[in-house]
Design a protein around this ligand. Structure first.
Ligand SMILES: [Ca+2]
Ligand SMILES: [Ca+2]
Ligand SMILES: [Ca+2]
Ligand SMILES: [Ca+2]
Ligand SMILES: [Zn+2]
Length: 613
């Protein structure tokens, strides 16, 4: 009988003998503990407190910024902050990693749209750095990842997610989450709206008529009409929405729910003949006074060799300026930031839709097919319908048109929940909706580099040729007298720019070995012999010429292959393991921590039995 089998028998005997231990084994907790916070809606205050707590508890991967500090106003109209959470390793550095933007609550009453981004924040920080865990205590590890499918047919969905994936995303991506872009509006809507009741407030709280008080009839700007790309293009359009009510997709009327904000009326490029505001702003028609004469539309409207140098509107609000302050645009316009986002997800409600540009025109973008495919891949998680924005209704000045037109991000708007759920779904809907869309967020983050490459080569889908790795880790034990040979096969070898083996001894930093080609797509490398008793972790890293990395195992280095270095003859690793277990058991009995100790031991043993990780 093998040592490990003996141990299992021993543990079974002990577990029968101790009913308390049996009870511990049965207690399955399939919900992450942070979900308790999602039993009701956050408001601005509770969200702010939680974000500060998260930032102080995870200083290694979280930074919290008030983006209004980057704007000309220093706060929202009512003195609030627009919080942005950056999640990544080395959070103070801007590393060469794909960047994702997740935004919620452009619109005040769309409460679910800030819950979903908050859930993503919790999910990432809560799982970061954790070893592969048997979250549901069924003896299997990471057998049911976040994909809204019951991968292991146990009647539960996504109950044993991959901690390694979360860690990998944090280490290899920079995630920016702005959960509540419109805090003034959200707070106002919380005052006037009730759960389950539709209606409510949509805009921010700009004092349009400057009478010093907030008044629903006159005030507020629709933040998702306040971006300068093609700003106000559809301001005269009347459209019929799906429920039959005539709504204005974009309006110049301050009283409208879709008011796009005031005309710019500012000579952004300093070439005006008369330095006074235009009384009759001409927008994208050539303006003799050269104020607002070259709006943001990728066209040199005034034929002066400069493109989009004098916008006619948009970015009048602290909230939209907050977004502008971090985004790097193609032209590095004034007031913009230095982050080139690969993919953005802007959450709204309702409609169960995944929406992609354009919004301002029925014309397709040059990336129409890629948008459709990428949208369809995200829809695998939430089951929503994928649709071009203008096919829903024409609009102008929304975040997505600006991000695509001015920054060449691949932006999506996600309309959460159904019409029956409305703007203020009952609290029981929060966790299911957050879970439903968690996979969308994770997918966008994980495949951002592939999306970037697909976009750069004008591919019609995400299905672009990439190298891949064929490798099976079989040898768990190496001798201290021999180097450890690793042979992998690289599929689509010609696309691989580098084939690298990384190894780490006893948890120290990883060392790099370039693997050498031995023909037929095969590569080999030798990890130098190590002292007996050490544990070596390693993984393979192939990257293509665009910079997309493929790893084996998939979420390296958050997960890695592992082997134990043994003496050449004599004490086997099993014997050492048994001795260690016996010592732990004895200590456990002496100090009265038997049950806890056994639990640790059985978990360690199960991990061994499961193998693979
Ligand atoms: Ca499990
Ligand atoms: Ca399951
Ligand atoms: Ca001008
Ligand atoms: Ca121009
Ligand atoms: Zn909305």
């Amino acid at each position: 009988m093998k040592n490990s089998h003996m141990l299992v028998v021993l543990l079974i005997v002990l577990s029968v003998a101790f009913p308390a231990f049996q009870g511990m084994q049965d207690s399955a907790n399939t919900a992450p503990s942070f979900e308790e916070l999602f039993s009701g809606y956050f408001n601005y205050t509770s969200m702010s407190i939680e974000l500060h707590k998260i930032a102080s508890e995870h200083p290694d991967i979280v930074r919290l910024y008030d983006l209004t500090k980057n704007t000309e106003y220093g706060a929202t109209w009512m003195g609030r902050a627009v919080w942005a959470v950056k999640i990544s390793d080395n959070p103070d550095m801007e590393e060469n990693e794909p960047k994702i933007l997740v935004v919620g609550a452009h619109h005040a009453r769309e409460w679910m749209s800030y819950e979903v981004p908050m859930y993503l924040i919790y999910y990432l920080v809560d799982n970061y750095g954790k070893p592969p865990t048997d979250n549901d205590n069924d003896g299997l590890v990471d057998e049911d990842p976040i994909d809204m499918k019951d991968n292991d047919n146990d009647g539960l969905i996504d109950e044993d997610w991959s901690e390694a994936q979360a860690t990998w995303i944090v280490n290899h991506r920079e995630i920016w989450v702005i959960p509540m872009l419109n805090p003034d509006g959200v707070e106002y809507d919380h005052q006037i709206s009730n759960l389950g009741v539709n209606g409510g407030w949509r805009k921010n709280c700009r004092d349009n008529n400057k009478n010093g008080v907030f008044d629903e009839q006159f005030d507020g700007v629709d933040l998702n009409r306040n971006y300068p790309y093609m700003w106000a293009r559809n301001r005269y359009m009347q459209v019929i929405s799906r429920n039959g009510i005539a709504i204005t997709a974009d309006s110049s009327n301050p009283a409208s729910d879709t008011y796009h904000g005031p005309d710019d009326n500012y000579d952004d490029d300093g070439d005006a003949l008369v330095h006074a505001p235009d009384w009759f702003p001409q927008h994208y028609i050539y303006d003799w006074n050269k104020i607002d004469e070259d709006p943001v539309d990728s066209v040199d409207n005034d034929n002066d060799g400069l493109v989009d140098e004098d916008k006619d509107g948009g970015f009048s609000e602290p909230e939209t300026q907050a977004i502008r302050s971090i985004v790097k645009t193609l032209d590095d316009e004034e007031g913009t930031g230095n982050i080139s986002f690969s993919i953005s997800l802007s959450y709204h409600s309702f409609g169960e839709l995944i929406v992609y540009p354009w919004g301002y025109t029925y014309d397709p973008t040059p990336d129409d097919s890629l948008f459709k495919d990428l949208g369809a891949r995200m829809a695998r998680y939430n089951g929503y319908k994928v649709i071009k924005g203008s096919d829903l209704y024409l609009t102008s000045g929304d975040l997505d048109d600006w991000l695509y037109g001015a920054a060449h991000t691949l932006p999506f708007t996600i309309e959460l929940n159904s019409q029956e759920d409305g703007f203020h779904p009952m609290p029981e809907k929060i966790v299911p909706t957050c879970r439903l869309n968690l996979g969308v967020n994770l997918y966008a983050a994980e495949y951002a580099d592939v999306a970037d490459e697909a976009k750069s080569i004008n591919a019609k889908s995400m299905n672009i040729p990439l190298p891949s790795i064929e490798y099976e880790h079989t040898k768990d034990i190496a001798l201290c007298t021999e180097d450890y040979r690793v042979v992998v096969r690289v599929v689509n070898e010609s696309l691989a720019k580098e084939v690298v083996l990384w190894y780490s001894v006893d948890g120290w930093r990883y060392n790099r070995i370039n693997m050498s080609s031995i023909g037929g797509g095969y590569y080999e490398a030798y990890i130098p012999r190590q002292e007996a008793g050490t544990v070596v972790r390693y993984y393979i890293d192939v990257c293509d010429s665009f910079g997309v990395h493929i790893y084996s195992p998939k979420y390296a280095e958050a997960e890695a292959y592992e082997y134990f270095v043994d003496y050449d003859i004599g004490h086997g690793p099993g014997a050492i393991f048994m001795m260690a277990v016996m010592i732990i058991l004895v200590c456990g009995i002496i100090y009265g921590g038997l049950i806890k100790t056994l639990n640790i031991a059985i978990k360690a043993e199960r991990r061994k039995i499961d193998g693979g990780r």
